[in-house]
Structure formats: structure tokens, C-alpha cells
Ligand binder design. Structure first.
Ligand code: NOJ
Ligand code: CA
Length: 618
């Protein structure tokens, strides 16, 4: 870790670069001081390669999906005490920030992304005392915690919505979007929705409420009504709940579908063109940046936090409005270019080439300025398992190698890396064969909309959901080879079935095997932490048109010091490759290689095995 502990941070920075004392003090806060709110503004810092150094740029983040991480009380549902139990595991892995998916009180229509009470812990996950203990234990290990902020919508069981739906003139009515329906000539007693917005979870985005005979807007599930951010009271209430958690000592937020908070004035129908991807229009509402700037001014700027928005619906150039540090909105966003590279409509597959993936990162390097900062994001709880998605899980050997290759990429590309739980073990998609194996509302609703209406065959639907369904990543963590993979007690029934491959793919086995994905990931994280070039260094794709080998450099030049050069070479696929490096680039000293026994070094021509990944310095 580089920004903790303070003294080490100061020495490391001083050795590598010219850093002013005020930066060292500002960034090298102790875990105790980070519990107190303090202004982050006006730090005098020396830039590193033109970038302002900040702890969240240097962090390696690990996402915990609490329901599936560790059950501590045998009810089959992961919980906060389960997370606390595994903090040593996470610390040993080397990560230093945890992103916790929603832990709030929720009826779980969408696994916690439907919040009933923002100031309460979900009963199944434990108590506020459990949360406080977990947070203290995280801080004691010099790690930080960011939590999920889900404020585009609430649960329909939130008391704001209960009030809102109770009458047309309730003071909370305007916390949500209520509209009259359109006349229905065929059936006048059943009006039609106010406009043609579709929901992300199938069907119309409008739900008729018989009590007041109006429709409310829900871009996601019926039980997730959208908040009306145009109402200043909504914004005040959201800012207040943010302060509640920040004052407890959390270190920031991952912001769920945050670009959707500003709706299009008048909510006009989408045109046929816009209907192809409504999120484009929804994400670019006219007051989005104004609201984020207000949030920054009134809340975020008062604390030393990390904020990362889910950049649904917006393109890379649009994202820069949000992440440009001079505009004072958020620090980071998740860009979906890579994770959705192979995705067509819905869960359909789109063929992709390695050159498409390279083009994404080349484009990021071109578009993002020194005032912007990127994330490296390849998987999460809404996407398939990383190795099954972009690697090869068809044989045990290829699974291990391609998982290592993808972890290498994640930890050496430019941007703050986000690991998703279980990817450090090379966990795979689940072998789904039938509908009742799925829990996810997205799959269940899509089944009704597609299969029950005869638009798609059951077999095709299951095949597509197996390939891209969100439950692939939500199956329980595989801790060991005991019954239920050590996720819960052997007698319990996990809320979602454990992947049957847990007897061979699990943390205990991998921790005992020096050649495992786990150990490799640990080494790659250590390298990321050890060399500033992986954080602040320039990125250069050596060979954008090569369809098999992805080779790039990370270079950090600091005045008065020798430049730091790193070379990353990734052989994407099972075909071995002989690869001649371009002029001026050398494979010098081998720092890490995914294929055990690799020694090739000090050469300009590499002989790469199937799914070979290497990191050199020169
Ligand atoms: C994005 C979250 O990651 C996903 O899990 C959720 O279903 C939607 N937003 C709605 O909150
Ligand atoms: Ca439990």
C-alpha cells in the first residue's frame, strides 16, 4: 500500500518524486483522522506526470456483494459479520478499498438496490453495530470503505413513497413522478401509460396506482419508483443521508445509475431512434451536472472521499463532464465500453476482436486529460464472470491462464482498478439449465416478456441468460471444498446455489497453490502498489492492429530521476505466438509471468504460450 501507513507513504513518495510537504500530510492521513470530516480542497501538491496525486488514484478496489460473500449465522445469506471475518483475506490479497454493494434495509426486489430505509442496515445482513464493527476493522487494517448510493430511485416501501402515493396533495407527492395516463379508447377504465418509456426490467416504465388513479415512473422494477430530483427537498434529503454515512467514517460512494437523476423536461415520448437505447437520453438530462455540482459543493467537498458513478447511458466524451476535477462533480465513473464489448441487444452476443478492445483503451488515452481519471472495470455483479466473459473457462488450464491474463490487464492498464469478488480465484459462470435456478428480477421479468409471449424459445432464453445473466456473478464465494463451499454451514440452503465447481475452484485450495490465480493476482496487486508508473505513468499501445497480442508500456518520467519503463504483453488466446517487440522497447527483467516456469527475459523477441501474460521492466 502506498498511501498508508503515513510514514511509508511519505518516504515512498519522496524517494520517487518531488512531493511537497503539504501533499504528504494531506494524503497520508491516519485511519483515525479519516473518520473525521475534513475539507479536501486547497492542497498544495506537486503533480506527478501532470496528475494531481490522490489516494483514490493509487487504490486497488475490491467489490463485495454482501449477500454472496460469507454467511456467518447459517441462514444461507451473506452478512456483514461474514465480511468482517474475511478482512484478513482481503488485506493479504493487497486491496485497500472495499466497495460494498447495498447494505441498507430493503425488501430485496432487486437485491438491495431498492432501499426502504437509508439509515438502517438490512436485517438479513446484520445490525448497525455489525456495520460499525466492520468499518472499524477495515480502518484498523488501513483499508477504506466506499458504500453504494442508490438514489435515482427508492423502494416503493420507503416511507417517502408510502406518503407520496397516499394522496394527490400529500407533501411527498412531488418526491416522485406522478402523471395522468392517456385515454384508452378500447377500455376507458384502464388508461394507457403517460409516455412510451420502457423499463430496464421489461414492460412499461409506468405503473398505475389505483389509490390516486395516476401512474408513477419506475425506470427499473415496479418496486423501484424514480425520485424526482427536480424537487429541492429530495436533494436535501439525499444529501442528508449521505452526511449520515460520511460522518460515520465511510470513505465515499459508488453511485448507482447516477446520470439518470435529471429527467427530460415534460417527459416526452421517445422517438423510434431513441427507443433503440433510451438510456442515452435519460442519462443526459439537462440538470445532471448541476445536481452533481450541488452535491459536491454541499456534501462531498467537505470530506476526503472517493466517488465513482455508474456511467450508464453516457459516452466517454460525455463522461468527462462528470470526472473533470475542475468541474467539481465526481472523481470517477465506470465506463462500460470494455465490459459490454461483446454484448448486442439484451443478452445477445456480439462478436469482438482484440483490436476492438485495444481501440477502447487507445481512445481513453486520447480523450481523457490530466484533469480526468479513469477506472479499469471489467466485471461486477451485473455482468458475467470475468474469466467466462473475456477469457476461456473451457479447460482447467485455460481457465487459470486466461484469468491471470485478465487480472494482469486489470492491474496494469491506466486507471483505478476495480476487482470483483471471486475473480481473484478465477470463479466461472454457473451452468444454468432452467429458469428456476435464477433469482434475478431482470431474468424473471424478461422471461415473462420474451418466452411467455412466444417471442423467444425457452432454450434460447436459458442459453442467453447463462451467457450474460447477472446471477452468474452472484453465486456464493467459493471459500473451500466443504459442503456449500464454506459460504454457509453445510446444513443451510444458500440463497443462490453454489457453483458445482467449488470442489476444485476455491480460496483454500488456491492459497495453498503458489501457481494459483489467487497468488498471481496478489503478486500483480503488489506490483501495482510498488510502482508509481502503474498509477501515474503514460500508456502506450505498441501494436494496435495486432489481432492476437496486446502489448503496451507504462512509463513514468520524473524530473531528475531515471524514467521507469514497464512492458506488459498479453497473448489473447490459445495459439502460441512469437512476438517481436518494436524498436526501442525491450523485454528486460521479468517481473511476473502467468505461465509457471517462464524465464524468458532480456530479449526483443518473445515466445508466448497459450494465454501467456507477462510484465517486464526495462
Ligand atoms: C445498477 C445496479 O448495479 C444493478 O444491480 C441494479 O439492478 C440497477 N442499477 C438498479 O438499481
Ligand atoms: Ca447470514
Amino acid at each position: 500500500m502506498r498511501y498508508y501507513p503515513p510514514v511509508k507513504n511519505l518516504l515512498a513518495c519522496a524517494a520517487a518524486i518531488i512531493v511537497s510537504v503539504s501533499f504528504s500530510l494531506a494524503s497520508a492521513q491516519s485511519p483515525v483522522s479519516s473518520l473525521t470530516a475534513k475539507p479536501a480542497a486547497h492542497r498544495a501538491v506537486s503533480l506527478i506526470n501532470g496528475y494531481q496525486p490522490v489516494w483514490w488514484k493509487e487504490a486497488v478496489v475490491y467489490q463485495v456483494y454482501p449477500r454472496s460473500f460469507q454467511d456467518s449465522n447459517g441462514d444461507g445469506i451473506g452478512d456483514l459479520n461474514g465480511i468482517t471475518r474475511h478482512l484478513d483475506y482481503l488485506q493479504k490479497l493487497g486491496i485497500n478499498v472495499i466497495w460494498l454493494s447495498p447494505h441498507y434495509d430493503s425488501p430485496n426486489a432487486d437485491n438491495g438496490y431498492d432501499i426502504r430505509d437509508y439509515r438502517k442496515v438490512m436485517r438479513e445482513f446484520g445490525t448497525m453495530a455489525d456495520f460499525d464493527r466492520m468499518l472499524a476493522a477495515i480502518k484498523a487494517r488501513h483499508m477504506r470503505l466506499i458504500i453504494d448510493l442508490v438514489v435515482n430511485h427508492t423502494s416503493d416501501e420507503h416511507h417517502w413513497f408510502a406518503e407520496s402515493r397516499s394522496s394527490g396533495n400529500n407533501p411527498y407527492r412531488d418526491y416522485y413522478f406522478w402523471r395522468d395516463g392517456n385515454p384508452n379508447p378500447a377500455d376507458p377504465s384502464h388508461p394507457l401509460p403517460p409516455n412510451n418509456y420502457p423499463s430496464f426490467f421489461s414492460g412499461s416504465a409506468w405503473q398505475f396506482d389505483p389509490a390516486t388513479k395516476q401512474f408513477y415512473l419506475h425506470l427499473f422494477a415496479v418496486k423501484q419508483p424514480d425520485l424526482n430530483w427536480d424537487n429541492p427537498k429530495v436533494r436535501e434529503d439525499v444529501f442528508s443521508l449521505m452526511r449520515f454515512w460520511l460522518d460515520k467514517g465511510v470513505d465515499g460512494f459508488r453511485m448507482d445509475v447516477i446520470p439518470l437523476i435529471s429527467k427530460q423536461p415534460g417527459l416526452p415520448d421517445l422517438t423510434a431512434e431513441q427507443l433503440k437505447d433510451p438510456s442515452r437520453l435519460w442519462a443526459n438530462g439537462p440538470r445532471r451536472d448541476e445536481y452533481l455540482q450541488q452535491m459536491n459543493r454541499e456534501v462531498l467537498s467537505k470530506y476526503d472521499v472517493m466517488t465513482v458513478g455508474e456511467a450508464i447511458g453516457i459516452t466517454l466524451p460525455e463522461e468527462t463532464n462528470i470526472i473533470n476535477s475542475e468541474r467539481h462533480e465526481l472523481n470517477l465513473v465506470f465506463n462500460f465500453d470494455a465490459v459490454r464489448l461483446n454484448r448486442g441487444d439484451g443478452y445477445t452476443e456480439r462478436p469482438w476482436k482484440l483490436t476492438d478492445l485495444k481501440a477502447i483503451y487507445d481512445n481513453h488515452a486520447r480523450v481523457l486529460n490530466k484533469t480526468d481519471w479513469d477506472t479499469v472495470f471489467l466485471s461486477n455483479h451485473d455482468n458475467p464472470r470475468l474469466v467466462s466473459n473475456l477469457g476461456d473457462d473451457s479447460t482447467p488450464d485455460y481457465r487459470v491462464r486466461s484469468a491471470k491474463l485478465l487480472e494482469t490487464m486489470l492491474l496494469t492498464l491506466r486507471g483505478t482498478p476495480f476487482l470483483y469478488q471471486g475473480d481473484e480465484l478465477g470463479m466461472t459462470n454457473y451452468p444454468f439449465t432452467q429458469l428456476d435456478q435464477f433469482n434475478d428480477i431482470e431474468v424473471k421479468n424478461a422471461y415473462k416478456a420474451k418466452v411467455l409471449t412466444g417471442k423467444m424459445s425457452e432454450a434460447q432464453f436459458i442459453a442467453e441468460s447463462h451467457r450474460f445473466g447477472r446471477d452468474n456473478s452472484r453465486t456464493p464465494m467459493q471459500w473451500n471444498a466443504a459442503a456449500n463451499a464454506g459460504f454457509t454451514t453445510p446444513a443451510a440452503k444458500p440463497w443462490l446455489a453454489v457453483n458445482p465447481n467449488y470442489t476444485s475452484i476455491n480460496a483454500a485450495q488456491e492459497m495453498a497453490d503458489p501457481n494459483s490465480v489467487y497468488h498471481y493476482t496478489q503478486r500483480a496487486i503488489a506490483l501495482h502498489h510498488a510502482h508509481m508508473a502503474f498509477v501515474y505513468g503514460d500508456y502506450q499501445d505498441l501494436d494496435p492492429t495486432n489481432t492476437q497480442v496486446f502489448a503496451y508500456t507504462r512509463t513514468l518520467t520524473v524530473p531528475g530521476k531515471p524514467a521507469q519503463h514497464f512492458l506488459v504483453v498479453l497473448n489473447f488466446g490459445e495459439k502460441p505466438a512469437e512476438y517481436a517487440l518494436p524498436e526501442g522497447v525491450k523485454a528486460g527483467k521479468l517481473l511476473l509471468g502467468s505461465v509457471p516456469g517462464t524465464t524468458e527475459a532480456s530479449t526483443a523477441t518473445l515466445h508466448l504460450a497459450a494465454w501467456d501474460a507477462r510484465i517486464y521492466t526495462y
